[in-house]
Write a protein that binds this ligand. Structure first.
Ligand code: KG4
Ligand code: ZN
Length: 361
């Protein structure tokens, strides 16, 4: 049987990810260069700095990718590259490199929507099990969406955040808490640090936050209220404890547990509404397919959040999945896999040689 190899290139934010995946979903190479270390020093991502780092690393990441896969460049079938959404300066590095390669190797390009790639990633390990359509909760640093996924390029939005994304809220709150001054969290993203700290709570019920959008009959999300309440609670505790300016409040574990519970409850409440809507007898968005919920994006790494989602899905006789943890956050594999999905669904008609008409955003 003929196998195709797709090279995936991801540079939408602060990770340089290149990977090679075949049409059976086997990963032949996965190179991921994080910029976390540089950006934590400045308290956030500075787009021109992120662009420089992508530029400095992409060429060698590509070389390592081919070496890892033990493939020659001409054995690649196509080059998939993230074109949107993301930081334009970062996206451009990946796209320009992809164009340059495609031209040199005379290979077709496959433009990839980053969020779609997150949504389809869970299928890489079990394409037969997770058939279309499925409901997907996309939770990352930039997004929070509930979408019905019918195939690559065929997603419909049921709800999205009205303000912050949950990962963004975790990152900002972790920064405000100064978790990064604790050596064990120095190189971790905010969400991961908060998840870990929450497990250390001695009084996990000490902090309570109101449920956002509790009365709204839709599937939207809002994390700004939880974020602002968090800033206020941290400030109050710092005053009480007289925490030094570079210190962390002593009960940060309790606080993180309350924060995580609040975000998790909100995500569940909105996803429950979406499930009820999809399953209504006169709507039946799943058609003949078994009702399926996929949780994806960086925040899907969170075991507490995912366990709650599994529990919710079960109540509706709905199956639940998430990608393997190493593929929940940004990486090149998901971009390559989206390329494979395009090939599987559309065949050769999706392959593009009009390199210059493919642009970012
Ligand atoms: O998907 P991703 O790698 O990049 C975007 O497309 O945004 O997601 C990154 C986000 C970060 O905001 C990070 O705080 C969050 O995912 N994240 C987590 C966990 N690991 C990463 N949030 C909660 N719990 C985690 N374990
Ligand atoms: Zn992402």
């Amino acid at each position: 049987r003929h196998l195709s190899y797709v090279l995936g290139i991801e540079t939408s934010c602060d990770d340089t990810g290149l990977a090679i995946v075949d049409t059976d979903g086997r990963v032949h190479a996965n190179v991921l260069e994080s910029q976390q270390e540089f950006h934590t020093r400045y308290g956030g991502i500075i787009p021109p700095r992120a662009q420089d780092l992508h530029r400095a690393r992409i060429e060698s990441a590509y070389d390592r990718c081919l070496a890892e896969a033990q493939l020659q460049p001409d054995q690649l079938t196509a080059i998939a590259v993230t074109t949107r959404p993301g930081l334009p300066l970062s996206l451009l590095v990946g796209l320009r490199f992809a164009r340059h390669l495609a031209r040199r190797l005379k290979k077709p390009l496959l433009p990839v929507h980053h969020m779609e790639a997150h949504a389809l990633q869970a299928r890489m390990e079990q394409p037969a099990t997770i058939s279309f359509p499925f409901l997907c909760l996309l939770v990352s640093g930039g997004h929070c969406q509930l979408v019905m996924v019918r195939g690559p390029g065929r997603l419909s939005l049921l709800g999205q955040t009205l303000d912050d994304a949950p990962g963004e809220a975790f990152d900002k709150i972790a920064r405000r808490l100064r978790l990064h001054v604790l050596p064990q969290y120095r190189l971790w993203n905010g969400g991961r640090a908060i998840e870990h700290a929450a497990r250390l709570a001695s009084q996990p019920l000490a902090y309570e936050f109101p449920l956002p959008l509790a009365q709204q009959r839709n599937c939207h999300f809002s994390f700004a209220g939880i974020k602002n309440n968090s800033f206020r609670a941290i400030r109050a505790r710092e005053r009480m404890e007289e925490t030094p300016p570079d210190g962390v409040i002593s009960n940060y574990g309790d606080f993180c547990a309350g924060l995580l519970r609040a975000c998790s409850r909100h995500l569940m409440h909105r996803t429950q509404r979406a499930l009820e809507y999809c399953l209504q007898p006169n709507v039946q968005l799943f058609g003949d397919a078994p009702p399926t919920l996929v949780v994806s994006g960086g925040v899907a790494n969170n075991d507490a959040i995912y366990a709650n989602m599994e529990h919710l899905a079960k109540q509706y006789n709905c199956r639940s999945f998430r990608p393997a943890k190493r593929y929940c956050s940004d990486n090149g594999v998901m971009i390559a896999w989206h390329g494979v999905e395009q090939l599987l669904q559309a065949g050769e008609s999706c392959l593009r040689f009009d390199y210059d008409s493919i642009d970012v955003q």
